[in-house]
Design a protein around this ligand. Structure first.
Ligand code: SAH
Length: 342
């Protein structure tokens, strides 16, 4: 078993069996979750003979940076190698004195959204919660080295669907935000979902404290089902109900991601449907541009984008038009596969 998988009760039992003092559990916890070391050798206040026992009885599986791709806009894409040779990607995005780390939640993705390169990979396996934290730790080190500042924000917008790996994602967020962990404010973490209704309701019941973003992209049921197959089993109506429930429980504003695709979902009638969808709860809308992948879509024209945005603003909605970063290294939304190209 990996040392990061053992529960505190079981670790205490283990230490007792080995005639070790219980406070070693606290020291171990600090090395693993506050100092985020990657080996037993670095735990210098753990006596050598206990380090040796731990090495014999537990594995300490490694996530490493296999490759880095640097964009001309300074964002950096990381190719991570996991313990079983699977690979995932993450991205560091510097802007205005902040650095955002975009992490993956699964190896590949099962959703097959028609505009997304990651979806074409298919699903390989779930990431363990510590593999999610490893991405943050490794990118945080590099952020310090390259930009001279710590990672300030984390977004679950890399590969995979976070709400289809609920247990590991919520455990990773718990540790990242814990006083005995990385002490990151929950408000600096955003979980982005395609709209898994059961997962959204579970987050609501657990009074989720981080931000929730929904990749809505289309507010029309039939068209959304065509573009996003998951919409067939998590319908717009169910999504709306789940979001209403989420807002009731958490009192939070939801971010709606809307990807503008030329002549598909960018008319004023589509904007109207979007307004209608957002009526039931407080939202912030992010208009995203289409990043080129192997899929056949085209971005909306600048004029259409302006008209669409203007329509929403006239309805008193909060709207941000997002510029994608890292497009030259295939690091932007929807472009993550494995390596330099999508
Ligand atoms: N599965 C989650 C997390 C992935 S986040 C989710 O769907 O939210 C990645 C974001 O990039 C999603 O909003 C996704 O819909 C969007 N995306 C996918 N392909 C894209 C493309 N070609 N251009 C721009 N955004 C894209």
């Amino acid at each position: 078993m990996d040392i990061r998988e053992i529960s505190s009760e079981k670790l205490l039992e283990y230490l007792q069996q080995k005639n070790e003092k219980p406070f070693r559990a606290i020291q171990l916890h600090q090395w693993l979750w506050e100092k985020n070391v990657f080996s037993f050798d670095e735990m210098f206040n753990i006596p050598k003979n206990l380090q040796k026992k731990l090495k014999t009885d537990f594995s300490f599986l490694q996530t490493t940076i296999e490759k880095e791709f640097v964009s001309k806009d300074k964002s950096i894409k990381f190719l991570f190698q996991l313990f079983d040779s699977e690979q995932i990607e993450g991205v560091l995005i510097p802007s205005q004195g902040r650095v955002t780390a975009c992490v993956s939640s699964q190896v590949g993705c099962a959703l097959r959204c028609t505009f997304c390169a990651t979806g074409m990979l298919g699903f390989k396996r779930q990431l363990r919660f510590w593999e999610i934290i490893d991405q943050y730790v490794l990118m945080n080190h590099r952020s310090m080295e390259i930009f001279g500042i710590h990672v300030s924000n984390i977004v679950f917008m890399g590969m995979g669907e976070p709400l289809l790996n609920y247990e590991n994602v919520s455990k990773a967020i718990e540790i990242l935000t814990s006083d005995n962990g990385n002490r990151i404010s929950p408000s600096r973490i955003t979980l982005s979902t395609v709209g898994i209704v059961a997962g959204i309701r579970k987050l609501a019941d657990e009074r989720f404290k981080s931000n929730l973003a929904l990749s809505l992209h289309v507010a029309d049921h039939d068209l959304r089902s065509l573009l996003i197959p998951a919409n067939k089993t998590n319908t717009i109506k169910e999504l709306q109900d789940a979001l209403r429930y989420y807002v009731e429980k958490t009192n939070q504003r939801i971010t709606i991601e809307y990807l503008l695709l030329n002549k598909l979902n960018d008319s004023l009638a589509d904007a109207e449907k979007l307004c209608h969808f957002c009526k039931a709860f407080p939202v912030k809308i992010n208009i995203i541009e289409y990043n080129e992948t192997t899929t056949q879509y085209k971005p909306s024209t600048p004029e259409v984008k302006i008209a669409f945005t203007k329509y929403l603003k006239a309805k008193n909605l909060i709207v941000n038009v997002r510029q994608s970063m890292g497009k030259d290294i295939a690091a932007a939304c929807g472009q993550l596969t494995i390596g330099e190209h999508y």
